[in-house]
Write a protein that binds this ligand. Structure first.
Ligand SMILES: Cc1ncc(C[n+]2csc(CCOP(=O)(O)OP(=O)(O)O)c2C)c(N)n1
Ligand SMILES: [Mg+2]
Length: 336
């Protein structure tokens, strides 16, 4: 038996894809909380290789397209899908939804819908690890859109200046909503920017997830020794920006061609070609994952909604004034 990690990495990528397919189904059933569901189908390699290269105690933040990253870091599909359905058994009792999942126990410091919004959090987390002498790394996952946000550069500078155990990981899927990367950046070589701040850099631009895993591991372990790093993973967003977007701004021929760059198909071919697993064994893995995600769907659908009275609980701090409903506001105005 070889020591290859490919079966495990294949498993993670397949779990991410199947989970995302269920998220899509949840939306079609009219059971998702909201329509802004950002699927990471086609982008599984980055979360699988970087997520697997991280250690148990490491922490992370994600952007709005973060389901796959959380799965790779041990997120429970039942609780994730329940969260996306806005149900009580979700990670945040259904109050965060797809774009605001968090779970401190698994080191998920929060998904963030503001482009670049989750980046400075990891710098703060890493400062505390250094101060407390904890051997932990914090990783910010974000899209290519965030490469144009000032907050990234302030964060990179602080990380380099204070030698923090941080990795900035850009999932470059070539688009920021309907804008192609060529129309958004002057220089596409993001590593050049990161290098100029004093970061270790890695540019992943092929489909070999195992190779990407080993290279990512080096960057993460250097960060653990206080040399912060930057990883860019090039990939292609197979579908629209969000569940409602049919990507009219892309040619069908482009999508057809780019969807051939499928990290899961590539890993499957490699497993077979290198006699690591045969087709039947891979089918078995895929079927197990289907069952796992079917169960997650059942769990999410069966989970109850929150009681209306609980809606603001855990949302505001004790000292914040509670929001007042519009009805109550109008009643007050009319009674004066
Ligand atoms: C500061 C800010 N500006 C604009 C938006 C609207 N918006 C949401 S997602 C998105 C595109 C982000 O693209 P990218 O960072 O490449 O991530 P991707 O959606 O491709 O995964 C934009 C502009 C936002 N959420 N936050
Ligand atoms: Mg993008």
């Amino acid at each position: 038996m070889s020591n290859t990690l490919l079966p495990a990495l294949y498993n993670t990528m397949r779990r991410i894809r199947t989970f995302e397919e269920r998220v899509s189904e949840l939306f079609i059933k009219g059971e998702s909380a909201g329509t802004m569901l950002h699927l990471s189908i086609g982008e599984e390699l980055g979360p699988a290789c970087v997520g697997t290269a991280m250690k148990n105690n490491d922490t992370f933040t994600t952007h709005h397209r973060g389901h796959g990253i959380f799965i790779a870091r041990g997120g429970n599909p039942d609780k994730m899908l329940a969260e996306i359905a806005g149900k009580k058994d979700g990670y945040c009792k259904g109050k965060g939804g797809s774009m605001h999942i968090a779970d401190m126990k698994l080191g998920h410091l929060g998904a963030n819908a503001i482009v670049g919004g989750g980046i400075p959090t990891v710098v703060g987390a890493a400062m505390s690890y250094k101060y407390l002498k904890e051997e932990r790394v914090s990783v910010a996952f974000f899209g290519d859109g965030a490469m144009q946000q000032g907050i990234l550069y302030e964060s990179m500078n602080m990380a380099a200046l204070w030698k923090l155990p941080v990795v900035f990981c850009c999932i470059n899927n070539q688009y920021g909503m309907g804008t192609k990367i060529e129309d958004a950046v002057g220089i596409k070589d993001f590593s050049k920017r990161a290098k100029s701040f004093g970061l270790n850099t890695l540019h992943i631009n092929d489909l070999d997830v195992e190779d990407a895993y080993y290279k990512s591991k080096e960057i993460i372990e250097s960060a653990r020794k206080f040399q912060p790093g930057f990883i860019e993973v090039e990939c292609y967003r197979f579908f629209g920006h969000a569940r409602m977007d049919k990507s009219p701004y892309r040619k069908e021929s482009e999508e057809k061609e780019k969807r051939k760059l499928d990290p899961i198909s590539y890993a499957k071919s490699k497993l077979i070609k290198n006699n690591i697993l045969n087709e039947n064994e891979i089918d078995k893995i895929d079927n197990n994952i289907m069952n796992e995600m079917d169960n997650a769907m059942e769990f999410a659908l069966k989970s109850p909604l929150n009681d209306e009275k609980e809606i603001f609980k855990d949302v505001y701090s004790k000292n914040d004034p509670m929001p007042v409903s519009v009805h109550e506001k109008i009643k007050k105005i009319l009674s004066n």
